[in-house]
Design a protein around this ligand. Structure first.
Ligand SMILES: C[S@@+](CC[C@H](N)C(=O)[O-])C[C@H]1O[C@@H](n2cnc3c(N)ncnc32)[C@H](O)[C@@H]1O
Length: 334
């Protein structure tokens, strides 16, 4: 289960102590079951996209990244070597790098190869087992870097260790900010501004608005991996709550909503069905959907405006060919 009531785990073999986020902020299993149940009982049914990421979901996400249609990963990866080179010139004193939603830590490696002033790395993720093994591997490959993974839900406040007197560089790639609606994106950026401190910086990858056809293909790949990823959320929910969803009784549906500037992902019930979750029953009509993800897209000027409202100053931006993807370096507005 993704939310065990443990406080700390130590993996002595690679010295990557897996920290749990402070327990007063962390959701208990009971809270998580209540959150899922109430979202499924609402008039418009939904499941938060954070529940995509059990071990199976994290591996499926890595497969999505290798799909020809999924341009965001490939494009950002292609931009990172030159971004890392620019950063190596800009950052002249030791820093700590904190990645929010760290996944397999692939992008951090590109930064580590060039930015020699990164002395410690704090990967934060909700997928505990995947995080632990990715952090162990990183610590083995980079024995001189201090790797301290934190198992936490980044939609909740996270207390960072301020004992080390080095500036913090937040890293939020993959356009994961797009999973939040505008209001929460602003709140999240404000929270990062507070937790990264007055000497904090933020390197953030943001997907851009583009043709609905290109967006549609990226979330409807021909191999059906995104569909598998979407349906896997139901298996994860079954595991957490003991519910009895049959993932095969739902169709993957993803569309670009140009009015709201977002991709929406849904699971569409193939038939009338009644499911049990905890002590509640949830009925579905044929064609009724569970909304599983939003992925908001931003024009660069829209994102810079949002970042400024959240207390960040714009330092630099990198735009991919044809404006396919954007990466921003921000520093704290003091
Ligand atoms: C789109 S993937 C990006 C992975 C990696 N940063 C990259 O850019 O390739 C999102 C990552 O964020 C993690 N994640 C999603 N929701 C989260 C949450 N609420 N708290 C912490 N991690 C979360 C997932 O487990 C996953 O590893």
């Amino acid at each position: 289960m993704t939310f065990p009531p443990v406080a700390h785990q130590i993996d002595a073999s690679h010295h990557t102590a897996l920290k749990d986020s402070s327990s007063e902020h962390r959701n208990s299993v009971k809270d998580v079951i209540e959150e899922i149940t109430s979202d499924l009982l609402a008039e418009k049914k939904s499941i938060s996209s954070k529940f995509f990421y059990d071990s199976v979901g994290s591996k499926l996400f890595d497969q999505i990244c290798n799909l020809p249609e999924y341009y965001p990963y490939r494009t950002e990866m292609g931009m990172l070597p030159s971004i890392a080179k620019d950063l190596s010139e800009l950052i002249t004193q030791p820093i700590e790098l904190i990645e929010f939603g760290a996944g397999s830590l692939t992008k951090i490696r590109i930064l580590l190869q060039s930015v020699k002033m990164i002395r410690s790395v704090v990967p934060i993720d909700i997928a505990q087992a995947h995080l632990q093994s990715a952090a162990n591997l990183l610590a083995t490959e980079y024995p001189d870097i201090d790797v301290t993974p934190i198992f936490a839900d980044f939609t909740q406040p996270i207390s960072l260790d301020n004992a080390k007197d080095v500036p913090k560089l937040g890293f939020f790639p993959g356009s994961t900010i797009g999973n939040f609606n505008r209001e929460f994106a602003l709140q999240f950026l404000q929270r990062l501004r507070r937790s990264l401190g007055d000497s904090g910086m933020l390197l953030i990858g943001v997907d851009t608005k583009k043709s609905p056809q290109q967006l549609h293909q990226a979330y409807n790949d021909s191999a059906g991996v995104t569909a598998q990823f979407n349906r896997n959320i139901l298996s994860h929910v079954n595991h957490i709550t003991g519910s009895d969803f049959n993932p095969d009784a739902f169709d993957h549906y993803a569309l670009y909503n140009p009015h709201l500037g977002r991709i929406e992902m849904h699971l569409v019930s193939q038939c009338e069905q009644v499911l049990r979750i905890h002590d509640k029953q949830i009925s579905f009509h044929q064609g009724e959907t569970i909304h599983t993800e939003n992925s908001y897209k931003y024009r660069p000027d829209e994102f810079i405006h949002l970042a400024r409202m959240a207390g960040w100053q714009f330092e630099k931006q990198w735009l991919a060919k044809d404006d396919m993807f954007s990466v921003f370096l921000l520093h704290a507005d003091t």
